[in-house]
Write a protein that binds this ligand. Structure first.
Ligand SMILES: *Cc1c(COP(=O)(O)O)cnc(C)c1O
Length: 375
């Protein structure tokens, strides 16, 4: 099998036979000939040529059979949950999750008759939270924003051998398909906010689920009702972005490791969270299931976090992450603002916590910016 860099370029490309062009042609049509067709393409059926092309590329990278491309990461996550859980069912979720996913459970599950339990970031707590009516387990690793790591093999294992079928879903956004492939550890469904690394240039919003053929079919059936689909031009942009995913993420991961080491050695930084650091409590586990440690570094500066952010020149204060430009944000007022202050405190998200998404700039320049701002 070819390597990920090569899959990024070639997997899923639509052959452009007529002209011999090397890139996939774009088919913006929303109306297709229905005569003598059993699989009629339509954007909200999630089966147009350009949707299929990007799905195939990510499937190759994740080792998946099939998938569904959505208009956002949240569309992907919520549709995947609804595909497998309904009224009377129970969902186990890590409590350290992307704020929007956490809020989806607390704000919305009840009105659909779905029960949920939040469990700590360890496979034992996940297993202990499983009930007779549990149908779905939602995981995230490394998790947003404290980079907690869960034992993916064990978490997947805990869902098996039960009376009922339990589907495990993992949000793999932070790791990217380059650094971690949870399906090979027994996870059923991998979800990405494609807005982050898959898009990678902070200019498109999308999401994806990749899984088996059978589960993808089930997710697609639910998705047809909920309707969070993407048009061909967004697919084109995403396909183009995915071609550089491996080299982007490779450089971003290298830069992040260097910055994390700088933080660890710096007296002005109180705490640093990065699974690649040997001193991280998650390091050994991360090493056993990740090919690289990702490009998000969270930390708490000793001084006023707001002043530090304002003193940066190169690194931009911005919500979202995963772009080629380095960005920084305060989770307490951005991604996790919807979570109550008590809940944030319980999970360990302090008001001075900063989440740095490391880009592909030269690490010398990034470190110079950080050093200057710390002064
Ligand atoms: C951003 C993000 C999401 C949500 O994705 P959208 O594309 O904004 O809907 C989900 N999970 C994680 C880990 C994220 O960072």
């Amino acid at each position: 099998m070819v390597k990920k860099e090569t899959q990024c370029i070639h997997s899923g490309t639509i052959e452009n036979g007529g002209t011999g062009g090397v890139t996939s042609p774009v088919f913006p049509s929303t109306a297709f000939d229905y005569l003598e067709k059993d699989d009629l393409p339509y954007p909200r059926y999630f089966n147009t040529p350009n949707q299929k092309a990007v799905v195939e590329k990510v499937c190759a990278l994740e080792g998946a059979e099939d998938g569904v491309l959505f208009a956002s990461g949240m569309a992907a996550i919520t549709t995947a949950i609804f595909a497998f859980a309904g009224s009377g069912d129970h969902v186990v979720m890590m409590d350290e999750l992307y704020g929007g996913t956490h809020a989806f459970a607390t704000d919305q599950f009840k009105k659909f008759g779905i029960e949920h339990t939040f469990a700590a970031t360890d496979s034992g707590s996940i297993a202990a939270a499983i009930r007779e009516n549990t149908k779905v387990i939602v995981l995230e690793s490394p998790a947003n924003p404290l980079l907690g790591v869960i034992d993916i093999r064990k978490a997947a294992e805990s869902a098996r051998g039960r009376k009922q079928k339990i589907i495990t879903i993992i949000d793999n956004t932070f790791a990217t398909p380059v650094n971690q492939n949870p399906l090979k550890y027994g996870i059923d469904v991998v979800v990405h906010s494609g807005t982050k690394y898959l898009g990678g240039h902070s200019d498109l919003c999308c999401g994806m689920t990749v899984t088996t053929k059978e589960y993808a079919k089930r997710i697609r059936e639910t998705a047809k009702h909920l309707g969070g689909s993407v048009n061909a031009l967004t697919c084109y942009l995403l396909e183009r972005s995915l071609k550089t995913l491996a080299i982007r993420v490779g450089r971003q991961t290298e830069n992040a490791a260097r910055i994390a080491e700088f933080f660890e050695a710096n007296r002005k930084i109180k705490k640093v969270y990065y699974p690649g650091l040997a001193c991280s409590p998650h390091h050994e586990l991360a090493k056993s299931q990740m090919e690289g440690f990702g490009a998000i570094v969270s930390f708490e500066p000793d001084a006023d976090a707001g002043r530090f952010v304002r003193a940066l020149r190169l690194i931009k204060p911005a919500v979202s992450l995963g772009g080629i430009e380095s960005t920084i944000c305060s989770p307490a007022v951005t991604s996790h603002a919807k979570m109550s202050a008590d809940e944030r405190k319980r999970i360990g998200i302090s008001d001075s916590l900063l989440r740095l998404s490391v880009g592909i700039e030269h690490s010398d320049d990034l470190l110079a910016d950080i050093e200057r701002a710390l002064k």
